[in-house]
Design a protein around this ligand. Structure first.
Ligand code: ADP
Length: 326
């Protein structure tokens, strides 16, 4: 394998708080180990359209506490084509980039895996997504911050909701993954979470109505993961209006609020550790792996596992929420 001299770095897909801390960690660890770093703007799009600049330690000064990503992010259809990836590879050669570090979610790491299968380029991924839906890592960068934001928002909605006898559906992000909804519900003391992982087995709305919207409480708050299976908060509210018209239902969709804000200490530390580990992985000759954390240890997860396997929800958490909402 050719010796790595220059590492290209990009953030791709949905932004997540802590991406900047990861950019800083990758850049500084790489320079510390004697590599050159090239920052690639706007994800794979910048690789295809050649938006690539030298990155020095100063480029990443004063960014650890900012949400978003200084490298910007984008979605890039061209990269999903053979021609687009060919163009990306040519730009890598032009800038003498020998290895890539990709910070992003499921889609970005799928793209990384495709690229690595076609070209002899070591690629290391960092899990950057608020959804926490990548297999092989206990946490993804951005999840803890988003979870705290969800908790903060639900606390405020509860204040205003408590004087009404209402059923509140609060929709959180987590494209087909219930981590934010379930843990957000536990953290905010919500009555229930409706999550895609168990939507095909149980009619969670019927269960909720059966067990629970009790008159002894002023209001019921239910966190709902956005999901085509349940139709999200809007879909469920529609069902309540038709099937259980005795309930006064309200919907709040937290949306992009959940993506913003200064990363929590947990996310900054996770991103810093993972960024440093990405450079260790390249030094060890690893390729086509995502950096993960498992029981506080850094682990290398092959892309094929990280993106293809579904990360299970812990049934103990589902049970805990059920018990605490009586
Ligand atoms: P996220 O990384 O947050 O899941 P996306 O799913 O939008 O975000 O993916 C980000 C980018 O990754 C896409 O715009 C595309 O450039 C690239 N990508 C996703 N899937 C593939 C694929 N199957 N092949 C090649 N590139 C892909």
């Amino acid at each position: 394998m050719a010796k790595i001299k220059t590492i290209g770095l990009l953030t791709s897909g949905g932004d997540a708080p802590g991406m900047n801390a990861a950019i800083r960690a990758v850049t500084r660890s790489a320079i510390f180990s004697g590599f050159k770093v090239k920052g690639i703007y706007r994800g794979y799009r910048g690789l295809v359209t050649d938006e690539i600049v030298d990155f020095k330690t100063q480029n990443v000064s004063n960014i650890i506490h900012h949400g978003g990503t200084v490298l910007k992010t984008a979605r890039c259809k061209e990269f999903a084509t053979v021609e687009g990836r060919q163009q990306a590879y040519e730009n890598m050669r032009k800038h003498e980039i020998d290895a890539l570090v990709v910070i992003g979610g499921d889609g970005s790491l799928t793209g990384a895996r495709e690229f690595a299968a076609e070209y002899d380029v070591p690629v290391v991924g960092l899990p950057g997504t608020i959804d926490n839906d990548l297999y092989g890592t206990d946490h993804t960068i951005g999840y803890d911050t988003a979870l705290n934001t969800v908790m903060w928002c639900v606390d405020r909605i509860r204040d205003t909701a408590s004087s009404h006898e209402r059923l509140f559906f609060i929709e959180v992000m987590g494209r087909d993954a219930g981590f934010l909804a379930l843990n957000g519900a536990i953290a905010s003391g919500a009555e229930a979470a409706i999550i895609p992982e168990i939507s095909t087995e149980v009619d969670q709305l019927a269960e909720l109505i059966k067990n629970g919207f009790r008159k002894s409480k002023n209001s019921s708050i239910v966190l709902v993961a956005e999901s085509p299976i349940t139709g999200g908060a809007m879909g469920l509210a529609e069902r309540v209006r038709k099937e259980y018209p005795q309930y006064d239902v309200r919907v709040t969709i937290l949306g992009h609020l959940q993506r913003g804000g200064s990363p929590t200490a947990c996310d900054r530390i996770l991103a810093s550790r993972m960024g440093a580990a990405a450079i260790d992985a390249l030094l060890e000759g690893q390729r086509n792996v995502m950096i993960g954390d498992s029981n506080e240890e850094i682990v290398y997860v092959p892309f094929s596992k990280a993106v293809h396997k579904n990360k299970p929800i812990d049934p103990e958490l589902v049970e805990t929420l059920r018990r605490l909402s009586i």
